[in-house]
Design a protein around this ligand. Structure first.
Ligand code: BG6
Length: 481
């Protein structure tokens, strides 16, 4: 039997002065500490190239938390700040790691690389060269791992030279969201859905991640990746896998990840049957979002670019369960509203026993899983409208609102706790990353060959018209109300 891992005593955040650390990691750690969930002896060491003393760093963290937490609570801050330290280093240069290595000694450590993915390989090599990649140490990497299959393989190989796979935690923060984890409970803690969860009962599935924000200050990163690589390769394919996977044998990390891998292997490659009309990409131009006039993408970046800020595509899963059930994925910036939603659209009635009026009222059942901005799961069912007039029907949602009054947790809280506890189920294995890239590469190649430029759409709209046509061609429509 595997020995339990010794408790982690140090968490080092490389990129400690960056956006991810400030917006997500430090607030998440503070909230965990506030709730008494961090191991008592855990020290949190920020590291970045900027020279800075402990005092200045602690003050900086305090300011960050003040913006993010409307606090912080004084007693909790006293406890949290006592955990903090700072050690300047350039993670790409092993020679600059000496002081940090000495501070850490042989304490089991988690290294969080809140850095550009292009640095993951050199950072792991440098940690190894500085003798810091101990057997009990773990490394945390953020998406995107690479830019395509080849570069992701190269990164995974470099990381593997310093850290064996069970020590590598690849974050997809969508897996830390409460409703995403609830998908597993919904599917596998109820008997109700499983007999219907297939191509006999389901017509199609829609997954939407719509954001009202533009790319803004992040365009340096974004322009290189675009919506396909920034959102579809990771968040959207993870959601698709959780909807489509077979029941795993248990909730162990590899049981779940093995099932996700099978889905990724069953995804039909773009271009495989010569159909090049399965995707639409767009780029926002100036428009209005939430009553505010906003700039177009090209004005934000200050130059013309062929990077897509919107993608809609049809994915087909070639296996017994899903043959003939399209999964429509759609994501974009500068959409009319913020919405992350999965719609399981069931088939229409095979035959209606109702009169012509009631027949017009009929809507096929659907299960709608809302992740953002509100968390809700609702099942749309047909009912009889009360009254003495002839039979009329109405669709009513059976809703499980998940808000429950509790503070909504940052997805990173769950993920950080799981790294500390050595629970890898919510992290992405190297083969998942690579299979996802292989599929994405084929989509990107189909664009290069058949659709060289994104179509423009007005900010505040639901993407280029082609996105509607993608579903209309088969008599379907996006659920936009
Ligand atoms: C990130 C992407 O992974 O997810 C961003 O890089 C995107 O472009 C963000 O805005 C969306 O996350 P959330 O949790 O706000 O839906």
């Amino acid at each position: 039997m595997a020995q339990p891992s010794p408790p982690i005593e140090r968490l080092v955040i490389f990129g400690a002065t960056g956006d991810l650390a400030g917006r997500m990691l430090l607030p998440a750690l503070y909230f965990l500490d506030l709730d008494g969930l961090l191991p008592p002896g855990l020290k949190i060491i920020g590291s970045a190239r900027a020279p800075m003393g402990r005092k200045a760093y602690v003050e900086r963290v305090r300011k960050t938390l003040a913006d993010r937490t409307e606090g912080p609570d004084e007693a909790a801050w006293a406890r949290f700040s006592a955990r903090l330290d700072y050690c300047p280093a350039d993670v790409a240069q092993p020679s600059t790691l000496a002081v940090l290595a000495e501070t850490l000694g042989d304490a089991p450590t988690v290294y969080y690389l809140a850095l550009s993915p292009s640095l993951y390989g050199v950072a792991c090599a440098a940690l190894d060269a500085a003798g810091m990649a101990c057997r009990e140490c773990r490394i945390v990497l953020e998406k995107p791992i690479g830019h395509d299959l080849e570069s992701s393989r190269a990164i995974n190989a470099k990381v593997a030279r310093a850290f064996e796979e069970r020590r590598v935690f690849r974050v997809d923060h969508y897996l830390g969201k409460e409703t995403v984890q609830n998908l597993i409970a919904l599917r596998f803690a109820n008997t109700l859905f499983e007999p219907l969860w297939n191509n006999l009962a389901i017509d199609h599935v829609q997954i939407t991640i719509a954001e009202t924000d533009g790319v803004g200050e992040r365009w340096g990163y974004y322009d290189e990746y675009g919506a396909l690589r920034d959102m579809v390769q990771n968040h959207m394919l993870q959601l698709l896998c959780l909807v489509a996977m077979e029941p795993p044998a248990d909730s162990g990390a590899d049981s779940i990840r093995d099932e996700k891998v099978k889905v990724l292997k069953s995804l039909r490659r773009f271009g495989a049957n010569g159909d090049h009309s399965l995707s639409v990409r767009g780029q926002y131009r100036a428009g209005v979002v939430g009553n505010q006039a906003v700039k177009g993408y090209a004005e934000e970046t200050g130059r013309q670019s062929s990077t897509e800020t919107f993608v809609a595509l049809r994915a087909d899963i070639d296996n017994w369960r899903w043959a003939g059930v399209p999964f429509y994925l759609r994501t974009g910036k500068r959409m009319p509203e913020r919405r992350t939603q999965i719609v399981i659209q069931f088939k229409c009635l095979p035959h209606s026993i109702f009169g012509p009026k009631a027949r017009e009222d009929l809507i096929a059942n659907r299960l709608v899983i809302d992740l953002q901005p509100d968390e809700d799961i609702s099942l749309l069912l047909m009912n009889r409208r009360p009254g003495l007039a002839g039979t009329r029907l109405q669709a009513l949602p059976l809703s499980l609102s998940l808000a429950g009054g509790a503070r909504r947790r940052i997805a990173y809280e769950r993920l950080l706790l799981d790294v500390l506890a050595d629970h890898p189920a919510l992290f992405v294995r190297h083969d998942e990353v690579e299979l996802a890239w292989a599929w994405i590469d084929a989509v990107a190649a189909s664009w290069t060959d058949h659709d060289p430029a994104p179509k423009s759409y007005a900010a505040g709209g639901w993407g280029p018209v082609g996105a509607l046509a993608l579903l209309e061609r088969s008599g379907r429509a996006w659920l936009d109300e």
